[in-house]
Design a protein around this ligand. Structure first.
Ligand SMILES: [Zn+2]
Length: 207
């Protein structure tokens, strides 16, 4: 598993080492150039003002989880667009960011993982079902599968499309978990689908 290029060494806590990746390399139709790093850092700053981002960090703090000053970091990563890991926080992979909108999107996705880690006290990222549940929620609730985004990715079908998209992307993220084989990931996802897809906390309904 690519641990990212943070250069932070392998040290610190055991389970904290498991990383949850957002949208791994999905087929891209065109290769767009990433924005300059300073622009990305500035973009993260402005994404922090996004109402959904604020809502999620507020909910975490209310639940007693600290969102420390460097909880959200700009990073350079091999495959993924973003990541979350327990005890380390959220990273936005600037070398993969093209649009401001994308930064906000990645941030929301990863903050849903952070929120899950916060409120589900015994969440174990090494457990395929736990990880699958959080991926289902993150892909569903972040709007990652909104039809406009899917159009941009070149995927388009009408019926049941949103759910298919959530499944596809959740499986893709589970691939980066060394504890979930492909078969285990599929089984886990089917097993938790109904509960996790319908669990829209902390939102009243899927935004
Ligand atoms: Zn994810």
């Amino acid at each position: 598993m690519a641990e990212g290029n943070g250069g932070s060494g392998s040290g610190s806590g055991g389970a904290a080492g498991v990383r949850v990746e957002a949208e791994s390399s999905e087929p891209k139709r065109t290769t767009l150039r990433a924005m300059p790093r300073e622009e990305c850092v500035e973009g993260i700053r402005s994404a922090l003002q996004n109402p959904t981002v604020r809502f999620l960090t507020e909910k975490m703090e209310k639940a007693g989880c600290q969102v420390w000053p460097r909880f959200i970091k700009a990073a350079t990563c091999a495959g993924a667009a973003g990541g979350y890991s327990s005890g380390h926080g959220v990273k936005v992979c600037c070398n993969h960011m093209v649009f401001q909108d994308q930064i906000t999107q990645v941030l929301i996705h990863e903050l849903i993982h952070a929120y899950d880690d916060c409120v589900a006290k015994n969440l174990d990222w090494k457990n395929c079902a736990h990880h699958a549940c959080s991926e289902i929620r993150a892909n569903h609730l972040s709007g990652d599968c909104h039809y406009k985004r899917e159009l941009l990715r070149g995927f388009m079908k009408i019926r049941g499309h949103e759910q298919e998209c959530v499944k596809r992307r959740a499986l893709l993220s589970l691939k980066s978990n060394p504890y979930c084989s492909e078969a285990a990931a599929k089984d886990a996802m089917e097993a938790v689908w109904d509960i996790c897809y319908n669990d829209t906390r902390p939102f009243d309904r899927a935004p």
